[in-house]
Design a protein. Structure first.
Length: 278
């Protein structure tokens, strides 16, 4: 047997195996520490299995996989799903790399302290230049650290879900270095644009999230073999949310400059990376 991929979700792995079975490619699944490892029985089937695995990563909801489960699925496969909470934790960890988790934890810790009565001191320390008259230019971290501040539960949940989903895929498929560049650039230049458009009273990881969305969308179109494409509906939602932010339709205070700047950063970095030779 030859390994051709790893998936964090056991049920998704079985759907892919069922489809490959219908294509005449017998496979096996084996539990790993972080998900499920897939193997082909016949080495000659490896190229086709790898190609279908890449397609599955980009389009896991394709109806052909669901149909294959009905046509070729078997109840004979015995896998230990474990406790639901443990399974969710494994999937969460498998979907993220070290940098994804580090930023996730930092945002959560800051938010917890924010709601424990330290909001003013945190904002004075981590906010952009101008939030306090004592902020001087040598405090260089202020260009980035507003990205780690969140003001409400909905604010942090929205941003961290997208950060985990997009950042984790980029880190696992492309590399930690690429995600670090997107985090650094997407967490600084959009903040500067937001400051110029609306002043220093802002925060949140949404500029970075838009950078990740733009990058993932471009790479999915230009380099689909990278396996990090963003479904059109998801990208459409991000663009719609960006436009609605400028209309003030919901009466929400949005960091529109950070959203727009982040998207431009991600699109540019995506075009640059998509043209690099592998």
């Amino acid at each position: 047997m030859i390994e051709f991929g790893i998936l964090p979700n056991i049920r998704a792995a079985q759907a892919l195996v069922d489809y490959l079975k219908g294509e005449g490619i017998p496979c096996k699944v084996q539990q790993a520490q972080q998900g499920v490892t897939l193997f082909v029985i016949n080495p000659a089937d490896l190229p086709r299995a790898q190609a279908e695995f890449d397609h599955f990563l980009r389009h896991p909801g394709d109806s052909k996989y669901l149909q294959a489960s009905w046509d070729y699925g078997s109840t004979a496969t015995q896998l230990d799903y474990g406790k639901p909470s443990a399974q969710l934790l494994r999937q969460f960890l498998a979907g993220a790399g070290p940098l994804t988790l580090l930023v996730f934890i930092c945002c959560v810790v800051i938010y917890l302290f924010w709601n424990m009565g330290y909001a003013n001191s945190l904002f004075a320390t981590l906010g952009f230049f101008g939030v306090t008259p004592y902020a001087t230019l040598h405090e260089f971290w202020r260009v980035f650290t507003p990205s780690l501040i969140h003001f409400s539960a909905m604010h942090i949940i929205f941003n961290l879900l997208w950060w985990w989903y997009l950042g984790g895929r980029i880190e696992n498929r492309i590399g930690t270095g690429t995600l670090f560049i997107l985090l650094l650039v997407g967490g600084t230049l959009p903040n500067i644009l937001q400051f110029m458009m609306g002043g220093p009273n802002f925060g949140g990881l949404s500029g970075v999230v838009y950078a990740l969305a733009g990058y993932t969308w471009v790479m999915g179109r230009q380099r689909p073999e990278a396996g990090i494409g963003l479904p059109p509906a998801y990208m459409g939602f991000m663009i719609l949310w960006l436009i609605l932010g400028f209309t003030d339709l919901f009466g929400l205070s949005m960091a529109n400059g950070a959203h727009l700047g982040g998207l431009l950063v991600g699109l540019l970095q995506g075009f640059i990376d998509s043209r690099k030779r592998t």
